[in-house]
Each structure stands twice: as C-alpha cells, then as structure tokens.
Design a protein around this ligand. Structure first.
Ligand SMILES: Cc1cc2nc3c(=O)[nH]c(=O)nc-3n(C[C@H](O)[C@H](O)[C@H](O)COP(=O)(O)O)c2cc1C
Length: 243
C-alpha cells in the first residue's frame, strides 16, 4: 500500500485535540467572539444586483424547516417505515429508465466509497437496539451487533449531552481505497464531499418525515469504529448524524 497523504491526515484528526493543539472550553461563555461570529465576503467595487427571494418550492420549504434543534430530539417519532425511507433517500439505489443503476447521492467517479451504519439506542418496532449496516443492493439492514446502551455508553461514543435523549445515530464510514486507488489523496476529498451529499439527503429526508437529524462532530471516532467493527484504516468513520 502506498503512503497516501490522506491516511496521515485522517488518522491524525481522529484526535479532536490534534495532539493537544486544540482546546475548546466546555463553557461556551469562554469562547472568543471570533468563534461565534458569522463572517460574510463582500466585493465593494460595484453595486450588487439584488435577487428575488420570493418563492415557495417544495425543496425550499424543506430547507427552511431544517434545523439542528437539539431540544426537539427526544420528540422524534421514529418508525421502521421512516428509517427505510431515510436510508433509501440517503444513498439508496435507483434504476434509471434505461435500466442502469445509480444512487440518490452523487459520487466522484461513481466510486461510491461511503457505507452507512445505523446505531439504535432504543428499540424501533421489531428492530432491537444495536448496530446495523445498510446493505444498499437489497435495501436491507444487516445486524452487526444486538446490544443495549446506557447514557454513559452513549456519552462515551460521542460527547454531546443532548444526543443522549435521542434514538441513535446514522454513521457514514468510508472504504477509502474505492476512490483513492483511482484518484490518490484527491479521492479523499471526493469521499468527504460524497458524505456531505448523503448527509444533506438524510437531514432533508428527516424533515420530510417529521424527524430532526443533527450532524454530530463530537464522536469519539476510534470508539465508534470499534462499535461498527471497522479496523479504522481500510474503512473508517467520516460523519455521524444524531436523531
Ligand atoms: C460537520 C458538522 C458537525 C457538527 N457537529 C456538531 C456537534 O458536534 N454538536 C452540535 O451540537 N452541533 C453540531 N453541528 C450542528 C451545527 O452546530 C449547526 O448546523 C449550526 O449551528 C447551524 O445551525 P442549523 O443547523 O440549525 O442551521 C454540526 C454541523 C456540521 C455540518
């Protein structure tokens, strides 16, 4: 295996402190203003051309409703039918009119490097709490491990207290080699972009199904990879979304 650049970057950033370089106080009042300010770029040389924003489309309505509303998480009414729709919309396979197959999310070079896992903290109908892999070809869930989760367990896999009241997490992991064998480390960028597309599909499909999904960067990657039974190298966690 070649010593690709991305491997070093991905491995190093599993540590949220970047070797002690990054220190984010838990107390938000201790954060500098620059961490809380939304910045805008403006080009001052010409008068801007004002655009209309008076429209009412299905997509825009979904986008307007999407919110990382942590308080609404315990109110999520999750069913197996909703999970099925959300996973299909996330990155499920679709047959085109000409019979060829593609997916709901784009992928650089159609390398499809991202795999989806469902971690359930609670039972959902006949689906017992535990860890599942989304098998796209047959649109099925494969059991990785049946298990229960205490609040402390949940906090050991991710550090956001609001997520403890939720139903679980959708985890996006990547089999890097599918893209990097063709594109090298640039393929790593494509993989993260693919994960972003899938993530947005999950959030919007959540809104459509009355469920709040919240991106969660607080995961303890190595622990979550252990839970998903990944070696963390050939296949590794790239994104977690709580619900
Ligand atoms: C990659 C990514 C990671 C995030 N990680 C966290 C997180 O760890 N904890 C959290 O409370 N919110 C997290 N968020 C949610 C953001 O805080 C939220 O999107 C932002 O405040 C804007 O609010 P909105 O989503 O309601 O528009 C994350 C969002 C993204 C895109």
């Amino acid at each position: 295996m070649r010593p690709f650049l991305y491997k070093f970057f991905h491995r190093s950033t599993k540590d949220k402190t970047e070797g002690g370089l990054i220190k984010i106080p838990a107390d938000i009042t201790k954060w500098p203003i620059s961490w809380k300010t939304t910045e805008y770029k403006k080009i001052p040389f010409f008068d801007p051309i004002k655009l209309s924003d008076n429209f009412n489309t299905e997509l825009f309505n979904l986008l307007q409703k999407r919110s990382s509303d942590r308080k609404s998480l315990p109110d999520n009414f999750v069913t197996l039918e909703k999970i099925s729709k959300i996973l299909k919309c996330a990155c499920g396979e679709i047959k085109r009119k000409d019979g060829t197959i593609h997916r709901t999310a784009p992928s650089g070079g159609a390398r499809y490097s991202v795999e989806l896992y469902l971690i359930l903290f609670k039972n959902i109908e006949e689906l017992e709490s535990g860890v599942y892999h989304y098998e796209l070809q047959t649109h099925s869930l494969e059991l990785v491990e049946r298990r229960s989760f205490s609040s402390d367990d949940i906090l050991s896999y991710q550090s956001d207290k609001w997520a403890v009241g939720g139903f679980g997490m959708i985890c996006l992991a990547s089999v890097f080699d599918r893209a990097t064998r063709k594109y090298g480390s640039r393929g790593y960028r494509y993989i993260l972009l693919e994960a972003g597309h899938i993530g947005q599909n999950i959030l919007l499909s959540g809104v459509e199904n009355g469920l709040t999904f919240i991106p969660n960067g607080s995961s303890s990657d190595i622990r979550v990879e252990g839970l998903l039974k990944l070696d963390g190298s050939s296949e590794s966690l790239v994104y977690t979304i709580s619900f």
